[in-house]
Write a protein that binds this ligand. Structure first.
Ligand SMILES: Nc1nc2c(ncn2[C@@H]2O[C@H](COP(=O)(O)OP(=O)(O)OP(=O)(O)O)[C@@H](O)[C@H]2O)c(=O)[nH]1
Length: 377
């Protein structure tokens, strides 16, 4: 029996992890065992920690790069590791700059095609900001193209953050989605609350299906049938030419001809991963991880206001920030999330050393680190 795979896609901060948390709850209510694969651009795993903390699940993590390009060769191994745990369904949360179509192609590779089937792709959109992306990212054509592909390859587009959207924008967003994807279902959500039967209907418990198959004296044909329907719906087998074109495109734009350009972590973040020489990349998105000085070296320490001003100072270059931060006045450690120009705060139970991951376009790492250290003077 092939294991169904759900792909969660969408730009940075659009609500993928929020959706994943409700998918996990629903899996639990349905008695399903999920396998989670989470990909992060940065070296630190903020979202995986949230899932482990809030949903108590084990997460297979692929950090420090994107599984649609620089970390692509690690995806099959990550999926195989998950399959060893015999999950009923696998959910892949992509980075905000991943092309879900590349993941679908990987699922069709020999070695995986017989064990996995694509079940559903959901793309989350940030209703407050999505209409500005084309002009905001006009200098990074590959990023614009990837965001378009996220919409094109979705079975369901969730226009999230309705509470923050300006009146009158919804019609424009819907027209934009329809231009790129005439068939996808569209839903309008707050905090990624969607009808999860769309995603989970057709996902069965392995044990239950096995028993049914034994009773029927046959394999479970329904699953295999769905798989071929899916293949038909999405154009059948992998088109090697299309795949090749994608990689040429990766190579040809944005000046990023090496893997380090896509999710480059300053400070040699990609060292030690031998596949990088052959990987290609496209976007100018990069990450920088900021750490905290020891408490005794930072008597003035950090406040929420100063940190929010620090984010604002980065301007349009900053796309996303997240981390567990230690603040002044003995406040408990905070999970801070900067997404779409807003900052969200939550008390964190993260027990490790505090840190902050900054994700942006052409981030100036040296300048960022200098300004960061000034916050503690
Ligand atoms: N106001 C508001 N905030 C939301 C909504 N959905 C999600 N958020 C918040 O937006 C922030 C980012 O949400 P995530 O679910 O982490 O987004 P993501 O797409 O997983 O982010 P990355 O993995 O970094 O790309 C979090 O602080 C969420 O609580 C919404 O509908 N309204």
């Amino acid at each position: 029996m092939k294991t169904p795979v759900i792909i969660l896609s969408g730009f940075l901060g659009s609500g993928k992890t929020t959706l994943l948390l409700s998918v996990l709850k629903e899996c639990s209510a349905r008695g399903l065992t999920p396998g989670i694969l989470m990909n992060e651009l940065g070296k630190r795993d903020v979202d995986g920690t949230i899932l482990e903390e809030q949903a108590g699940v084990q997460v297979q993590k692929l950090l420090d790069g994107c599984v649609c390009c620089s970390r692509k060769s690690e995806l099959p191994q990550g999926l195989s590791t998950l399959l060893e745990r015999s999950p009923d369904v696998i959910v892949i949360e992509l980075t905000g700059v991943a092309d879900p179509e590349e993941i679908r192609r990987t699922l069709q590779e020999p070695g995986l095609a017989g064990r996995l089937r694509h079940h559903y792709t959901v793309t989350m959109l940030d209703a407050e900001n999505v209409l500005e992306f084309n002009s905001r990212f006009s200098a990074d054509k590959e990023l614009v193209r990837t965001l378009r592909k996220q919409i094109e390859s979705a079975d369901l587009v969730a226009v999230n953050k309705q509470d923050l959207a300006a009146p009158g924008t919804i019609g424009k967003i819907e027209s934009m989605i329809r231009k790129h994807n005439p068939e996808a279902a569209i839903v309008y959500t707050e905090y990624s609350r969607i009808d999860l039967s769309r995603l989970l209907d057709g996902v069965n418990r392995r044990q239950a299906s096995k028993a049914a198959a034994v009773r029927a004296g046959a394999q479970t044909p329904a699953m295999e049938e769905l798989s071929s329907q899916e293949q038909h719906r999405f154009g059948g087998a992998v088109d090697p030419a299309a795949s090749h074109a994608h990689h040429l495109a990766h190579n040809g734009h944005g000046g990023g001809s090496t893997a380090t350009a896509h999710a480059h972590e300053g400070n040699g973040g990609h060292g030690g991963h031998e596949h990088h020489d052959e990987a290609v990349s496209f976007s100018k998105v990069s990450t920088v991880t900021l750490t905290f000085p020891a408490a005794e070296q930072s008597p003035a320490s950090l406040s929420r206001e100063r940190l929010e001003a620090f984010f604002r100072e980065c301007g349009d270059a900053l796309l996303r920030a997240k981390g567990h931060v230690a603040l002044a006045r003995h406040e408990p450690v905070q999970l801070v999330q900067y997404a779409g120009t807003r900052t969200f705060w939550e008390t964190s139970r993260y027990p490790g050393a505090p840190y902050l991951v900054m994700i942006g376009l052409n981030l100036n790492e040296a300048r960022l680190k200098e300004r960061w250290s000034e916050l503690f003077r």
